[in-house]
Design a protein around this ligand. Structure first.
Ligand code: GDP
Length: 712
């Protein structure tokens, strides 16, 4: 016997490729009668008893186009044994629409899912068995291009001949209506085609209506059924069918198709079970941050920084510059300005570039792979207990790069009080400009303690949490928390280009700042530290800067670092935090020796401060008012000077208290200090802070801690 198979499918589904593979060069090409659409038929290369008819590429069987009409007419021919529906597997949803209509016609059909070679690349997995079950027909995976599965497809088509396939069932109410329509159909219509005719009449298909020649009373029944269903579904009859088909397809896809993103999600869920675990999440985060700081400040980054400090700015640049300045007979004062001011100051800051780069590289990995979003989620749980929303963590995360965009990011917080609170505390997080201070102090005073550098991060976070608890109790900030809804992206391997770009952007910003604002500040610091009020060249100790430094120094004496240099560095840090290091570079590096290196500055520093005093200096500079640019951002976000001053006052006050506790208690515990007035003051401050923590919240607001949303 000869089998008559037809290939049907959407344009571009690979029908022609399949046809050519199956029939080889022996295809017959002709025109479909009546219209100028190319018609192809051919015998199977490996089995001359199989005749393959290639139908035009179509999206549906509603007669909107000549191709659709031709295909439909051909499919209604009795001589056809089976239809092979070529389906583009990468575009299942659209392609299955035609499949359903083929099934509605009740012709034996085989679904051939083409392009299976592309599925993996597109991150798709199709379960053919489940799809076959859902559709009620054989489903075969093929690749016309790679000649895979074609023999199996023909076998399946042969088996499908004369089998009874069930058409897809739609909504019960629609099915009931179709049954009514089937009852009025003329006897001439074959039984197995009745449901399809009913569907077409329901769809108001004119060609089929003309074929059916319904009587007036039959027409009345049809119209009534249609209008009842249109009322029930609140849609036109053809739209009802389109919706039903797509609904059916949606269920099929849910049953049989796995998208890689879904798999990723399942994978992400598993990782999240650990990384966002109620107990483990925070220790894991602390460990990761420790690792990052360890890498950037203690190990890898340090190699680069040592080189920049010792070789580049330690000898190469100063020596070369000195040589050229000598050669050009540049005035002595200008030589000193360039070497002792600019090279020493800007160089000290730029020396930290490698460490900053490594830190940002690591942070960018955490952001890109999706971990930081989890941290925000975990922080929401933690912050919420302390009166802050997880949304506040996003500005803080941004502030680890720079406080200015961090403060600006608080705009995403709708609640005015929460927003102000976030603006106030965001700059506690160590930004890139504070990193050199962290690196300098931990390198100079704690070279063997890897926890010191990351502790800066946690000091910042501790200050945020403390402020959240304390400030939320005041009438200024009391109020309910808005829910925090955040979509957690699936984890993925970080992209090197994205990470490099992020780290480079930040590094470039750092270098730009060193070349502009820090550059100018270094000139200022050099000048005021080299001259007295009579503009005579004097030693540092008699300089203008020393004079003002000494005025301020007693203020910082209880914090352990009441030297004029420390006081001046802190004040210049208000212009930009890098200036703290730039100033140290000038003040501690200015010994007249050109070969002064970073390591030697560390030694000089160690002579001036104890380790505890140095840590207290670090804590103060981390928490006190940020640089002018960030203060400007705070002013813009707060909207008025009163709030801005309040923020600066609070930040400086908290910084002072924290440093006082660190130095006074640390000095007694680790350095055998005596019980002095300072220790007494620290005890009083501790009492006040604890009181602020435990005191009852401001009345007149809803309960302080309200867990809404964001919980997992
Ligand atoms: P038709 O419009 O349905 O006749 O589709 P064609 O046979 O012209 O194929 C459309 C495009 O899909 C062409 O570029 C084919 O090379 C490509 N194609 C067809 N089958 C496959 C397949 O199995 N794998 C891949 N990767 N591409 C295919």
């Amino acid at each position: 016997m000869t089998y008559h198979f037809a290939l049907a499918g959407n344009p571009n589904s690979g029908k022609t490729s399949t046809f050519n593979q199956l029939t080889g060069a022996k295809q017959t090409v002709g025109n479909w009668p009546g219209v100028t659409v190319e018609r192809k038929a051919g015998r199977l290369r490996k089995d001359r008893h199989v005749l393959i008819q290639d139908l035009p590429g179509i999206y549906s069987l509603s007669p909107y186009t000549p191709e659709e009409l031709i295909s439909r007419d051909y499919l209604m021919e009795a001589s056809l044994d089976a239809v092979i529906n070529i389906i583009d597997g990468t575009n299942l949803e659209r392609n299955l629409y035609l499949t359903l209509q083929l099934l509605e016609m009740n012709v034996p059909t085989v679904a051939a899912i083409n392009m299976i070679d592309l599925l993996k690349k597109k991150g798709l997995q199709i379960n053919f068995e489940k799809l076959a079950y859902g559709l009620g027909i054989p489903v075969v995976g093929i690749s016309a291009l790679k000649q895979r599965g074609l023999a199996k497809m023909i076998e399946a088509a042969k088996h499908a001949v004369n089998t009874q396939q069930l058409p897809p069932r739609y909504d019960d109410r629609l099915e009931a209506g179709l049954t009514e329509i089937m009852a009025i159909l003329p006897e001439t219509i074959p039984q197995q085609q009745k449901r399809w005719f009913a569907l077409k009449l329901f769809e108001k298909d004119e060609a089929i209506q003309a074929m059916c020649k319904l009587t007036d009373s039959q027409q009345a029944v049809l119209q009534e059924t249609i209008s009842i269903l249109e009322m029930i579904f609140k849609d036109s009859s053809d739209a009802i069918l389109v919706n039903e088909r797509y609904g059916f397809i949606e269920e099929l896809l849910a049953l049989a198709v796995i998208k890689e993103t879904d798999q990723h999600l399942a994978f992400s869920d598993k990782i999240d079970r650990v990384l966002t675990h109620r107990v483990l999440a925070l220790p894991i985060f602390a460990f990761i941050m420790w690792g990052i700081y360890y890498l950037s400040i203690q190990t890898i980054g340090t190699i680069g920084t040592d080189w920049v400090n010792d070789v580049l700015f330690g000898s190469w640049i100063p020596e070369t510059a000195a040589h050229w300045l000598e050669q050009l007979r540049v005035a002595q004062w200008l030589q000193e300005l360039i070497l002792d001011g600019i090279v020493a100051g800007v160089g000290a800051v730029l020396g930290f570039l490698p460490q900053i780069f490594v830190l940002f590289f690591c942070l960018a990995i955490l952001e890109d792979c999706g971990y930081m979003a989890r941290v925000a989620f975990v922080m929401d749980r933690l912050f919420r207990k302390f009166g802050l929303s997880g949304k506040s963590f996003i500005p803080m995360l941004i502030a680890t790069g720079c406080g200015v965009p961090g403060v600006m990011a608080s705009r995403t917080i709708e609640n005015e009080k929460d927003r102000r609170l976030t603006v106030m505390v965001t700059t506690f997080m160590p930004c890139s400009a504070k990193l050199p201070i962290i690196a300098l102090i931990s390198g100079a005073f704690f070279p063997h303690y890897s926890w010191v550098a990351p502790s800066a991060y946690f000091v910042g976070m501790g200050a945020v949490i403390f402020s959240g608890i304390v400030l939320k109790k005041t009438p200024l900030f009391a109020g309910d928390l808005a829910p925090f809804i955040m979509e957690l992206p699936a984890y993925h391997l970080p992209q090197l280009t994205t990470i490099l770009k992020s780290a480079c952007d930040r590094a470039v910003a750092f270098v730009k700042k060193a070349g502009t604002i820090i550059f100018v500040a270094c000139i200022f610091v050099w000048f005021t530290s080299s001259y007295n009020f009579a503009l005579q060249r004097v030693s540092e100790d008699q300089s203008i800067l020393a004079f003002f430094g000494r005025l301020l120094a007693p203020l910082f004496a209880p914090l352990g670092w009441g030297t004029w240099r420390g006081a001046v560095a802190t004040i210049t840090g208000l212009v930009a935090k890098e200036n703290v290091i730039g100033t140290f570079g000038i003040l501690y590096g200015q010994t007249g020796e050109l070969s002064e290196s970073g390591t030697e500055i560390w030694q000089v520093l160690r002579g001036d401060y104890t380790a505890v005093a140095a840590y207290s200096f670090l804590v103060f500079n981390l928490l006190c008012a940020p640089c002018f640019a960030a203060i400007g951002a705070i002013h813009r976000e707060m909207g008025d000077s009163k709030w801005t001053w309040l923020a600066i006052g609070y930040q400086c006050g908290l910084a002072y208290c924290a440093s006082l506790l660190v130095y006074q208690f640390g000095h007694v515990i680790f350095e055998g200090g005596h019980l002095t007035l300072g220790v007494f003051a620290a005890i009083v401050v501790t009492g006040l802070l604890v009181f602020a923590l435990v005191k009852k919240p401001f009345r007149g607001s809803a309960p302080l801690i309200q867990v809404v949303g964001g919980e997992k």
